[in-house]
Design a protein around this ligand. Structure first.
Ligand code: ADP
Ligand code: MG
Length: 148
């Protein structure tokens, strides 16, 4: 477990508010950052990812890379050139992720990497990383905790 010296909590009441939260969070990202997303199925990980992507200037539509594990989006006019979106829900073991070249992805100095179900590659995660946890409060409300 990482040391968390600060965190911010917000409650969102809709998809759009969660997307906005992701967009604001994206403003704090720098090239080389790794963002781990935690939360149950349907919590809103892919939804907040849409906001992060929007904030970074990604023009592609964001859909979860469920079968390929990773989708790569190129970004124009930024220090950040590539947004890597991983979804490890279906990952069975860490060897499987080594086969997609995870080490190169994690060490791309011009990339930002966001990982849904990051707990599935716990042993491969760098110490320096950002974390977001999303919890269901009820059908349309989510509690989002952002650790620095
Ligand atoms: P995950 O990627 O964590 O499995 P998704 O983002 O794909 O979850 O799905 C979240 C689901 O919850 C969507 O159907 C979305 O419409 C719904 N939802 C309802 N309220 C919210 C909210 N406040 N924030 C995010 N998603 C919400
Ligand atoms: Mg998802």
């Amino acid at each position: 477990m990482q040391d968390h010296n600060s965190k911010a909590k917000i409650i969102t009441n809709s998809d759009e508010e969660t997307i906005d939260a992701g967009e604001k969070f994206a403003m704090t990202l720098q090239a080389g950052d790794i963002v781990c997303l935690y939360g149950d199925l349907g919590a809103g990980k892919t939804t907040i990812t849409k906001g992060v992507a929007r904030g970074l200037g990604v023009k592609d539509r964001i859909i979860s890379p469920t079968f390929s594990l990773v989708r790569q989006h190129e970004i124009d006019n930024k220090l950040i050139k590539t947004f890597y979106h991983l979804d490890l829900y279906r990952l069975e073991n860490e060897d499987e992720i080594k086969s997609i070249g995870i080490e190169e992805i994690l060490s791309d100095p011009q990339g930002v990497v966001l990982i849904e179900w990051a707990e599935k590659m716990n042993n491969l995660l760098p110490k320096k990383r950002r974390e977001i946890r999303i919890e269901n409060i009820d059908e349309n409300r989510r509690e989002i905790t952002i650790f620095n």
